[in-house]
Design a protein around this ligand. Sequence first.
Ligand code: KG4
Ligand code: ZN
Length: 409
Amino acid sequence: MIILGIETSCDETGVCLIEAKNNKLEVLGNQLYSQVAKHQEFGGVMPMLAKREHAKNLVPLLRKCLEEAEHNLTPTLPLTNGRGKKNFLPSLDKEGLREVENILIREPELLTELKKLLETVEKPAIDAIAVTSGPGLEPALWVGITFAQALSTAWDIPLIPTNHMEGHILVASLEKLKNEESPSKAKETPHFLIQKIKYPALALLISGGHTQLVLIKNNLDYKIIGNTCDDALGEAYDKVARLLGLPYPGGKIISELAKKEKLEFPNKKPPYPLPRPMLHSKDLNFSFSGLKTAVLYTLKKISSIDDKVKQEIALEFENSVLDVLTKKTEQAIEEFNPQTLIIGGGVSANPQIRANLEKICQKYQIKFLVPEVSASTDNALMIALAGYVNILAGKKSVIDFRANGNLSL
Ligand code: KG4
Ligand code: ZN
């Protein structure tokens, strides 16, 4: 089954084509455009700017993705219509075209670009389109959804609305196969095994918008057992980075500074101790806004915030995060006895967090599933995969649905 995944929930525009069969997945094409540089001057993501950038980039990315997948996508339709004329849009009659125009009525530039693509590219052999319907920034989600609805209408392909957080969870089940283990086609493409998740599983989702502990009782059966009371973990990383005068998004930079400080001064007592918020609360909830405020007050007392101070604060901040994540994850493991621990979301790219959680899994002897670093942050591969898993579970095509910025698991 060939699935096109489309992701536009925040500031990454992603388009990915996968071919999945049973428990094997091949990435035929994968395109990602990060808008980070555009949002950097604002110190965070501007929803309307994100929306405009998605609208501008979706068609070029889809075109590139189709080109990348060309050798592996057999066209479903003949190249000509018998009169020697190229026949690209046999499924799109005048009425169909009107429908596409109606769907993209608020996106005239995207419509123009899409029409150009539809006129020059044959209908590909895609079985379904999976698109992020939420959670995320609604204007950003909307562009991806209307684009997917227009494509689905033009090419008459089923459409599967997909939960972004489910994508972050499921992508951790992919295990990269070495090329010699995988049947090679015309072009070398990444191949993955979709590992069977042993249930019950526990997922720790840490991203720019979420900090959640999720109990997964069975395939696609989620219960949120812990949540943040205020800022998400990625948001806290980004805000602390901003306080330290570091560029957006600051998560990766903070983690690199922390690592450097630890390597240079392995036994140093932290000169600016920070709190461990909600470490001893009985529940599985988190709070990171107080930690950020503690950094703010600490910095106010320091006359010169040089690179040395930045490193020290970064390490102490990350140690606080590690203490809280370790404590809450262990608490959840002891309470719910999972067989698998999954981590997902942009912050799960953090090497220190990965290493700590891996140790927890060794201690409790449970399976640890973690996405490849490149698939930890937002991407369309995870959306295509979530679409596939949902189709296997019987989810049917829906064409008419709305963006839901607060969509829950
Ligand atoms: O999942 P994601 O790409 O977008 C959302 O769905 O929110 O997560 C983005 C977040 C940002 O806050 C970014 O600073 C953080 O992930 N992040 C990291 C690291 N890499 C990305 N945080 C800590 N350490 C990292 N290495
Ligand atoms: Zn995300």
